[in-house]
Design a protein around this ligand. Structure first.
Ligand SMILES: [Zn+2]
Length: 277
């Protein structure tokens, strides 16, 4: 009984060692496979990183371009330049249009507000797009758009800022530029109006009539585009249609006005933290 036990014990040990050796061989094989796998994964990750590097170089080139520094060209530039460079969405609203001529110059009945404001709005669109801004036009041709739809277009697009462009008319003597914002005197709206007014004043206008609250002749009412848009907004009255000085300045300075409006929008976006740069 005693001897048998010993034999069994010895046999047990021999079988165990045999199994241990087999296990070690299997383990070595498994470790080999795992190491091979890890090496493959590392080289795949390294490959992916080198792709990322080339794409961030492309983005860097794009941002240099937007800050108007010397243009860095690359073979991928056409692809990157077609992408929006900043996440800012602005509605440019050219007043009137189509059957609604807006104000008519009493000294020249073929001279309509709707045409002047469209010309300026299209230039503002260009200037903003040069900055990489996404621009939504409530109209870009001579068509009628209701005030309701102008607000709906802006709200549905969830635009960041809204700027409406008009020209004024007065039955008497009046000249200059005025800007209207919501009578709640919302800080962001007022800032937008003031930044644009500062730029227009510097560009050359007959008179700075200031940033005003509410509606002409009634501070308790608002222009619909200032009342029903969800984002900061303002309405620019760029000179009087019956005033020849204002008309001459408008024609002469149209490009400068467009730059001033786009720059005022851009400055406001920066001050409100809507864009980083
Ligand atoms: Zn108007």
């Amino acid at each position: 009984m005693e001897q048998r036990k010993t034999t069994v014990k010895k046999k047990k040990y021999r079988i165990l060692w045999h199994r241990v050796i087999i296990a070690l061989i299997i383990l070595a094989a498994v470790i080999g496979v795992v190491i091979w796998g890890i090496v493959s994964i590392i080289s795949a990750i390294a490959g992916a990183f080198s792709d990322d590097d080339s794409s961030s170089a492309k983005d860097a080139a794009a941002s240099v371009e937007s800050s108007s520094a010397p243009v860095v060209t690359s073979s991928r530039e056409p692809e990157s330049s077609s992408q929006p460079q900043v996440k800012l969405k602005v509605v440019v609203d050219a007043g009137h249009g189509g059957k609604d001529a807006g104000a008519i110059n009493p000294n020249d009945e073929t001279h309509f507000e709707k045409d002047d404001v469209l010309k300026l709005a299209l230039l503002v669109e260009q200037r903003l797009k040069e900055k990489g801004v996404e621009v939504i036009m409530t109209r870009d041709e001579d068509v009628f758009v209701t005030l309701d739809n102008r607000c709906i277009i802006a709200n549905e697009a969830k635009a960041d800022l809204f700027v409406s462009i008009h020209r004024n008319l007065y039955d008497g003597e009046a000249q200059g530029v005025e800007i209207w914002v919501n009578n709640k005197r919302i800080e962001a709206d007022t800032l937008l109006g003031q930044n644009i007014m500062d730029g227009l004043d510097a560009a050359g206008i007959s008179r700075n009539r200031g940033v005003n609250f509410g509606f002409i002749g009634n501070p308790h009412v608002n222009y619909q585009v200032n009342r029903e848009t969800d984002m900061p907004s303002c309405l620019i009255e760029l000179g009087f249609m019956q005033d020849e000085t204002d008309n001459e300045l408008f024609d002469k300075n149209c490009e400068k006005y467009a730059t001033a409006i786009a720059d005022g929008i851009w400055k406001t976006a920066k001050e409100l933290g809507l864009v980083n740069s």
